[in-house]
Write a protein that binds this ligand. Structure first.
Ligand SMILES: *[C@@H]1O[C@H](CO)[C@@H](O)[C@H](O)[C@H]1NC(C)=O
Ligand SMILES: *[C@@H]1O[C@H](CO)[C@@H](O)[C@H](O)[C@H]1NC(C)=O
Ligand SMILES: *[C@@H]1O[C@H](CO)[C@@H](O)[C@H](O)[C@H]1NC(C)=O
Ligand SMILES: *[C@@H]1O[C@H](CO)[C@@H](O)[C@H](O)[C@H]1NC(C)=O
Ligand SMILES: *[C@@H]1O[C@H](CO)[C@@H](O)[C@H](O)[C@H]1NC(C)=O
Length: 449
């Protein structure tokens, strides 16, 4: 009844349905400073609009596999007829939170979710230049051909809320990425009834991984913010392949994987740190390097050093690494064509929305991440250990991200001289900066001395 009233009262709008009340799962995250320590923030999770039920006032589905063109002959009629409903997070989508932890259970199709700020109306806008972004992750239950991802997209922080988009960020609208997807149901308050609109933006993939393989990838675009395109105008705006760092591909096959033979053991929880280094050490400088560390069993593990012939011996993403990879491994030049690290950095300086998703590719396998791409035996074509035989459907696949924190370089995982590094209860950094050791003064307080 309520939904009928809502439908009647708003003309030509991307509306809100009320069959299921929208209750955002709550989550905490932290912002950290080098000397002042970390502060807990409250946020919540919202499900992407495309995953939601879109229906008429009487409960008829508007897009039963593509829009029903009787209900949705054009964008305006569709906007008047159809409403976006609330989500049963745990029951239908397998999305649950607990304190600082966010778990996604694949179930019948996975999910894509965004982090909202404490108002619940806007996405958190992360600005990570000259900062680091850190999370703990349990990937032990993510097999070949599944991907538990955490990334930044330069989406509008209000989800494109407007007089024609009543739903907005609270209902997960406004998605865009470097693939310029055309399958997004709502684009800037317009119903994308014929799928002609694409939605492009800069994308920084901090984490695309399963328990066998992991990849860190900047994807710059030569547009700022969300850019809506049509047809051939959607080509060449972004770098859809990106300049990836996949340890299995360019470095070591025993750096990351299940079991203690690997440097990073994916059967156990790990901390993942990503640093965005600028050329002048300020947040307004040019992005010059993307660094990665892992922390496991209270030990800092630097990223694996590149060992492929012809590539520079780095363990991070630099412009030299990306250019050499194009030359030596015949990778796409799109990264440099779209401005490379500098352009990625310009986007990160403006800010980005945090996206977490769990998805699969059982059809072809997720070979770009974890398998063989290209001619067997050529350098760089083996990206991971997964073969076609390893691609098996498993609805119990799940991933848990927790303890998300962002702040000054080294502040989210190490503590400075005289800072607290332990005690009960303590959930801040437990590792001291180089040359210091964490010394227990009493049960409640350990200090870096
Ligand atoms: C599309 O909607 C019309 C009008 O409600 C309905 O008669 C028709 O069965 C629907 N088609 C599909 C494929 O659901
Ligand atoms: C939530 O986390 C707390 C602390 O880690 C744990 O004790 C509790 O069992 C968890 N609750 C659920 C429902 O998983
Ligand atoms: C979205 O629509 C509004 C209002 O029509 C317009 O001002 C804005 O430029 C559009 N945004 C994009 C990214 O096209
Ligand atoms: C982005 O770059 C592509 C390829 O270089 C070019 O065709 C396109 O016009 C550019 N778009 C904008 C908005 O700058
Ligand atoms: C962070 O720690 C690393 C390793 O201890 C050190 O080389 C680097 O200079 C530190 N960076 C900052 C900004 O403190």
């Amino acid at each position: 009844m309520l939904s009928i009233l809502l439908l009647a009262s708003v003309a030509a709008a991307q509306q809100i349905g009320t069959f299921t009340p929208e209750v955002h799962p709550q989550i905490t995250y932290k912002t950290c400073q080098k000397y002042a320590g970390c502060e807990t923030r409250r946020g919540s999770i919202t499900l992407d609009a495309n995953y939601r039920w879109l229906h008429t006032a009487s409960g008829q589905t508007c897009n039963p596999g593509g829009f029903n063109r009787t209900l949705c002959p054009d964008a305006e009629t569709c906007g008047e007829t159809c409403a976006l409903d609330g989500a049963d997070y745990a029951g239908t989508y397998g999305v649950t939170t607990n304190g600082s932890a966010l778990s996604l259970l694949f179930g019948s199709g996975g999910a894509r979710v965004y982090l909202l700020d404490d108002t619940g109306e806007n996405y958190v806008n992360f600005q990570v230049m000259n900062q680091e972004f850190t999370f703990d992750i349990d990937v032990s239950n993510v097999p070949c051909a599944y991907n538990g991802a955490l990334y930044f997209s330069e989406m509008p922080v209000n989800g494109g809320a407007s007089p024609t988009n009543a739903a907005g960020a609270a209902y997960g609208t406004g998605y865009c990425d470097s693939q310029c997807p055309t399958g997004i149901n709502f684009v800037n308050g317009t119903t994308n009834v014929d799928g002609s609109l694409g939605s492009c933006c800069n994308e920084m993939d901090l984490w695309e991984a399963n328990s066998l393989d992991t990849q860190l990838t900047p994807h710059p675009c030569n547009v700022s913010g969300e850019f809506i395109c049509t047809g051939s105008g959607c080509s060449n705006l972004c770098d859809p392949s990106g300049c990836e760092f996949n340890p299995f591909r360019v470095s070591s096959q025993t750096f990351y994987g299940p079991g203690s033979d690997n440097v990073v053991d994916t059967t156990k929880v790990m901390t993942v740190v990503t640093q965005f280094i600028t050329d002048d050490g300020t947040s307004s400088g040019t992005l010059s390097e993307i660094k990665r560390f892992y922390v496991q069993d209270n030990k800092i593990i630097p990223n694996s050093v590149v060992t492929l012939p012809g590539l520079p011996e780095v363990n991070s993403i630099t412009s030299d690494y990306c250019t050499a990879k194009m030359d030596v491994l015949d990778d796409s030049t799109a990264f440099n064509v779209h401005g490379g690290l500098a352009q990625m950095g310009a986007s990160l300086a403006r800010g980005a929305v945090l996206v977490v998703s769990l998805w699969d590719d059982l059809g072809g396998g997720m070979t770009w991440l974890d398998g063989q791409q290209g001619t067997v035996g050529q350098p760089g074509t083996l990206r991971g250990p997964c073969t076609a035989a390893d691609v098996v459907s498993d609805s119990s696949t799940s991933v848990t991200f927790s303890n998300i924190r962002v702040g000054d370089l080294n502040s989210t995982f190490t503590a400075v001289h005289y800072a607290q590094c332990g005690g009960s209860p303590w959930d801040g950094p437990t590792i001291c900066a180089e040359g210091l050791s964490c010394t227990a003064l009493n049960e409640f307080y350990s200090q870096c001395l």
